[in-house]
Design a protein around this ligand. Sequence first.
Ligand code: URA
Length: 448
Amino acid sequence: MDPTDLIAQKRDGRPLDAGALRALVDAYTRNDVPDYQMSAFLMATVLNGLNEDETAALTDAMTRSGDVLDLSDLPGAHVDKHSTGGVGDKVSLLLAPIVASCGATVPMISGRGLGHTGGTLDKLESIPGLRTDLSVEQYKRQLAEIGLVMIGQTDEIAPADRKLYALRDVTATVESIPLIASSIMSKKLAEGIDALVLDVKCGRGAFMKTEPRARRLAETLVSIGERAGTPTVALLTRMDVPLGRTAGNWPEVAESVRGLQDDTEGLDDVMDVTLALAGEMLALAGAADTPEDGRRQAADAVRSGAAFEKFLEMVEAQGGAPSTLETPGAREDAAVRTVRAPGTTADAGFVADLDALAVGRTALALGAGRREMADDVDPLAGIVLHKKPGERVAPGQPLADLHAQSSGNSRFDEAERRLLDAFSFAGEEPARPPLLMDRYADGAWQAE
Ligand code: URA
């Protein structure tokens, strides 16, 4: 394999065979191909694309660049979910225990937040004592015992993706649907799962800003899963407005616990996406006859308390203190500033819109996220929204609370400015488009 030949082939728009892609990925993972050659290959790929065969072959090579976990000695169907990321997207925290409490096994490997989007690992680690760095043995033992585990990626899972993603980040080669899809799916397929549900987010707070690109990503992800023999379904969900009423790590945990305790006032959007994804996971796992039946089972598990019990079981198994979750709310050690609606009494009306991207950037400014992977996060930082689009508001009413670890936080001023810019107001009640946009399975879209 001569990397220069492969780069030239891709530059000239000629397809590469699976063997060539495998050899390139293997050599790059072993450090036998330098970053400058891989960068040229990645840019040629961004410009000329990869066909379906190439995308599947690249993903397979990346999946096999490290360990592929074998869960076949554990009973039951193992099903996971991946979201392409958004603002206030705490769905995994609710979904995983709901699905596990309905009888499917959920081995969830999640990521950290980067930029304006949050990550499940950072959220979980805001629970005092909870560990996400379990060994593969601990991971399998916990799965066998309680059917649910939520951990971070180990160094052994898809190491090629780790190297490639870092290189893409600094060579302007992230924005390519085949590269994004192979990156996501290589990590998921290495988990040893039997089925996968994808939440592909679309809108200004998402990675995919436009519907055609979000649809194309969903189709590519599902095609990779199916070709690898892993039944895969994608839901397309809107991400223009933050999901739920919180953004930030502990604030999102507190809100998720409220949802799991069936205290869902103001959480319709979170519950809607969560139950739709749960229905799909339970159907794929064979625990429900149809996604609709799965959705009903999931709603029952929330109502009965079984899902919350499962969440507490997982928290305890991973070293967290369940007592911190009994009455979740603002932590005593958090400093809070309230942001109020501007204007005069003549301006009373509705919240017309709330820009998810701007809210995500506000959370980042408060310290809830990281600008670079090595940054620390403030577990308590974030936003609790009192008003969302479609709700009535009068000048001076609280729009949101900003949270951070220290009251002398000079970040509050910047965050308040950013958050006020994220809101817009109107005299009329705005239309609210549906959150669940579409479903892609078996090679076809089926409008939700
Ligand atoms: N998330 C990933 O895991 N990989 C990408 O390339 C983009 C988003």
